[in-house]
Write a protein that binds this ligand. Structure first.
Ligand SMILES: [Zn+2]
Length: 240
């Protein structure tokens, strides 16, 4: 990497390191997930101020150092998303969103759409605490899966192609399954099916909602397909 790297970034994690430093996990539009060190970031007179806390959307200048870690040399705030820290639900939703991005997109492969999706999610959580509800979090995960190239098949049985009698969901098969193919599936209600279709088809700001029973089926569908096809286990979103 010749010269400094200037990039937008979202702070996924900020870990205390040594006496006064921070190790950061950053998500960037063009360089995927990066790790960097911000030296002296925890000193009270640090030039970075509070701009390297989780959920900050920043413009950063990064230099290649002697280790694998990049060194942060400059940072400007694009959006601090301060109000999402005022409510437990939005703070938790933001942490889970960053965690899901971190697990599903842990490499330096560029996924600008994932960056935009995460920036959008944090912006919504900051703007209106109502977006901290689980329906929004599930819709966010579905859109992340889509960005990872994992699209749950919803239009026809994922095993045989049948378009009627779609009663189950199979993570292994990759989507809904018909009554004849439902051996390894769990039963998916009509409402949960409609949630999946609506969440994938509408903007995040208009994510559908539903009773907890339905959201649990949706979460199970997302969890199973993620484990089977991305080999990643996401933190539970709905309390057990
Ligand atoms: Zn079938």
């Amino acid at each position: 990497m010749p010269g400094p790297l200037k990039t937008e970034a979202i702070v996924l994690r900020s870990i205390r390191y040594g006496e006064a430093d921070r190790i950061l996990h950053l998500y960037t539009p063009d360089y995927g997930r990066l790790s960097a060190i911000a030296k002296g970031a925890r000193r009270s007179r640090s030039r970075f101020g509070a701009r390297l806390e989780p959920f900050f959307h920043v413009r950063a200048v990064l230099h290649e150092g002697r280790s694998d870690l990049l060194t942060v040399t400059g940072v400007d705030t694009v959006a601090g998303h301060g109000r999402l820290r005022e409510h437990a639900a939005t703070l938790d939703a933001a942490a889970r969103a960053c965690d899901a991005v971190s697990r599903l997109f842990e490499t330096a492969d560029p996924h600008p759409e994932v960056f935009r999706l995460l920036a959008n999610e944090l912006g919504l959580l900051h703007t209106d605490a109502a977006h901290g509800r689980p329906g929004n979090g599930l819709a966010f995960r579905l859109k992340l899966l889509l960005a990872a190239g994992i699209v749950p098949q919803l239009a026809a049985c994922a095993v045989c192609g049948e378009t009627e009698h779609l009663r189950g969901f199979s993570g292994a098969a990759g989507g809904v399954v018909c009554t004849a193919c439902e051996a390894a599936s769990f039963s998916l209600s009509e409402e949960a099916y409609r949630f999946l279709v609506a969440a994938l088809g509408s903007p995040l700001s208009e994510a559908p909602d539903g009773p907890e029973l339905i959201l649990r089926q949706v979460e199970r569908a997302i969890g199973e397909i993620t484990e089977h096809h991305a080999h990643v286990r996401l933190r539970p979103l709905l309390a057990a």
